[in-house]
Design a protein. Sequence first.
Length: 171
Amino acid sequence: MRTRRGPGGLPRQLGPGLRPSLPPRQAGSSVMPGKVNPVIPEVVNQIAFATVGADVAITMAADNGQLQLNAFEPLIGHLLLQHIAWLTRGCSALRTLCVAGITADQEHLARGAAHAVGAATALAAHIGHEAAAEVARQASLTGTDVIEVAVERGLSERETALRVMAAAAAG
């Protein structure tokens, strides 16, 4: 199955991995209680689809004008102004009614980060590359937290490992 994402597709597609919480704008379905329909991103997608169609119409109208007279200038002007207005309102609605209200499940993100094998990279400067690689391998095999593995192996104190990880996350 081929999928394409429009500008509003991202919040809709993040779903279970990042668990974003969209601001409720419309009740979900009777099949899935508590579901929040992503109506604002869907509206932005509809605007984008219509704008792509308008772009084709504008291109064809501009291409089919003869010499310096183009009988299709009214169409070009109408579509340009209409879609500039739609895009402006769509972006504003997306920003104020959706993006500004998106929240993340912080506990879920923290658990995911702690279990991410790549997190061992942050510990490499502290415990050494080889030890970090072994910590990553074991964490991957056992599904254990990278910090837990490093502490269990006596490679770091918990507080130190947490400090190193926080410093790496802060950049």
